[in-house]
Ligand binder design. Structure first.
Ligand SMILES: [Zn+2]
Length: 379
């Protein structure tokens, strides 16, 4: 435990098979290697932390591997793979354009490209390529237009729209996905098992949700919470404390109060939430999400949109069965209004309290409306 290595580094995938959530890309790259149809310039686009640089490195290593496996992965044993894994490869160069974006940096690189490698291919990985200055872009363009046969460029960017069309048109473009919560969760599960760390499924799911599609972020949050838990189990409770997230128990409780029209209990619970240091706006947003989750439980087609672990899913389903669709739609509407008007409100506490008052009266309002309709029919 004392030597807990940052998971993001330790569990960086070393072959295509271990890349998480980007199989549409790894399959295409493997096929290109298999059929010897490699482009000379690649552009990897997508949000941060989803594996662009990692895939670029794996691709570079695999292209230069002297003994590619039958599954078209790098062998990790040959001289080329070994020197790459020890960051000593002469054939693979990385440039971070975020910090090396001047025209001189690019001229340097272009100069290097002119020398043929002793064996294999020379591969240039340029990260954050959108950060290159205009001049640098132009200096690079010629090389990209007529690269020597032994050179391959892998460019990566989070901002594809900033890449000039002349560069785009010369690259084979790959769009990386935000990684699904389920994929991140099972990867964290795998790491926890490997590291013999006990972790509750709900804690891992919460970390994955918080990471918003970026595996790298999920891994650093995971590391943080493992450190915080000081070697004991990673629980849902210590995760919400650490990330300062409101326990979903509150949302379940609040919904029950609103369904039973227990306004005073709802107001007291809101007071407790504020006392814990949570912000009213976040509370209303969280409550909206809770209503949304209850609504998707109503239909067997949409239930897959509920992204919680199995144990908690039953709780959602059970509460959902006690809410009418009309209640949930009205509640979502009221919360949405509260969200939009929150910033403009001078008394934000009262603003949320008023919202809770409206929410606690939905049931009466709906049955009144129903009654009115019945009466109309009788006329
Ligand atoms: Zn190899």
């Amino acid at each position: 435990m004392e030597n807990f290595v940052v998971s993001a580094r330790k569990y960086r995938p070393s072959d295509f098979a271990s890349v998480v959530g980007q199989s549409h890309i790894t399959t295409t790259l493997k096929n290109a290697i298999k059929n010897n149809h490699l482009a000379q310039a690649f552009l990897f686009c997508g949000p941060r932390g989803v594996g662009k640089t990692t895939c670029a490195r794996i691709l570079a290593k695999t292209i230069n591997c002297q003994n590619i496996t039958t599954d078209f992965e790098a062998c990790n044993e040959c001289d080329s793979c070994k020197s790459f894994n020890n960051s000593g490869s002469f054939n693979i160069h990385e440039l971070d354009a975020a910090s090396n974006n001047s025209v001189d940096d690019i001229r340097n690189l272009v100069e290097q490209v002119r020398y043929a490698p002793q064996s294999g291919k020379k591969i240039y990985i340029i990260d954050e390529v959108h950060m290159l200055s205009n001049q640098a872009f132009n200096a690079f363009l010629k090389t990209l237009e007529e690269p020597p046969k032994y050179a391959i460029f892998i460019l990566a960017t989070t901002e594809k729209h900033k890449i000039i069309p002349t560069i785009l048109s010369r690259c084979q473009i790959f769009d990386f996905n935000r990684i699904q919560v389920n994929d991140i969760t099972s990867h964290l599960q795998y790491i926890a098992e490997k590291e013999q760390i006990e972790a509750e499924a709900e804690a891992l799911r919460l970390i994955s949700t918080k990471a918003d599609g970026a595996l790298r972020d999920a891994l650093s949050i995971f590391d943080l919470i493992v450190t915080y838990s000081a070697g004991s189990k990673v629980t849902y409770q210590n995760t919400i404390e650490n990330l300062h997230i409101l326990d979903y128990d509150y949302y379940f409780k609040m919904t029950d109060f609103l369904l039973e029209e227990k306004l005073s209990d709802a107001l007291l619970t809101f007071d407790e939430i504020l006392k814990k240091g949570f912000d009213g706006h976040n509370f209303i947003l969280g409550l909206s999400e809770h209503f949304r989750d209850l609504l998707v439980c109503k239909d067997t087609n949409t239930i897959k949109l509920l992204q919680v672990s199995e144990g908690v899913a039953d709780r959602y389903k059970s509460q959902s069965s006690r809410c009418s669709e009309a209640f949930l739609l009205t509640a979502l509407n009221i919360c949405n209004q509260a969200d939009i008007q929150y910033k403009a409100s001078k008394n934000q506490r009262l603003h949320i309290e008023l919202t809770l008052m409206k929410l606690a009266k939905i049931k009466s309002a709906l049955s009144l409306g129903h009654l009115a309709e019945e009466l109309k029919k009788k006329d």
